[in-house]
Design a protein around this ligand. Structure first.
Ligand code: ZN
Length: 165
């Protein structure tokens, strides 16, 4: 399996808003497979199409400890139904940076599965937070956008100083 290159902040392609998936074909299934392999290889818990320069609304996640619970969501729509909680996040597109972000601890998800069938689920805890993070990517939003401008400035300066880390 060939891994997909993951775009790194501040690549402007991370700011592209992804468009709705219309065809549930083999090409889409292959893309999801490659994204899952790339996510596992990078030890990530989620990856959005946007991060691999595929600007359609497709995300993959796996928050299981055993790394055998892949979830693929196409055209995901989320409804925040929980309490706001703070937790530490990182991102494969911003390596070495972790910070606390406020998100809902419970969400309703409406999406399509990879074969185009309708998928409705409720998610909580880390899965809920991860799906919110990945859905943000599809709208060109990074987790650092949720931080104060001062924190974001510090992060961007740090990344400029050490682009390889
Ligand atoms: Zn991310």
């Amino acid at each position: 399996m060939q891994y997909l290159p993951i775009l790194q902040h501040p690549d402007s392609r991370l700011r592209v808003k992804a468009t709705t998936v219309e065809s549930f074909d083999e090409k889409l299934a292959n893309q999801a497979d490659k994204m899952l392999a790339t996510m596992y290889n990078a030890n990530g818990i989620g990856l959005a199409g946007t991060q691999v320069d595929f600007h359609r609304r497709l995300i993959v996640v796996d928050v299981s400890e055993s790394r055998d619970g892949p979830i693929t969501l196409v055209n995901p729509e989320i409804l925040l139904i929980g309490e706001t909680v703070s937790s530490e996040e990182g991102c494969l597109s911003i390596p070495g940076v972790h910070d606390t972000v406020k998100r809902s601890d419970r969400i309703n998800i409406s999406a399509k599965s990879i074969d185009g069938s309708t998928l409705e689920m409720e998610a909580e805890g880390m899965l809920a937070i991860c799906v919110q993070h990945e859905c943000d990517h599809l709208d060109g939003i990074l987790f650092i956008d949720h931080l104060s401008s001062l924190k974001r400035k510090r992060i961007n300066e740090k990344l400029k100083r050490a682009p390889e880390s």
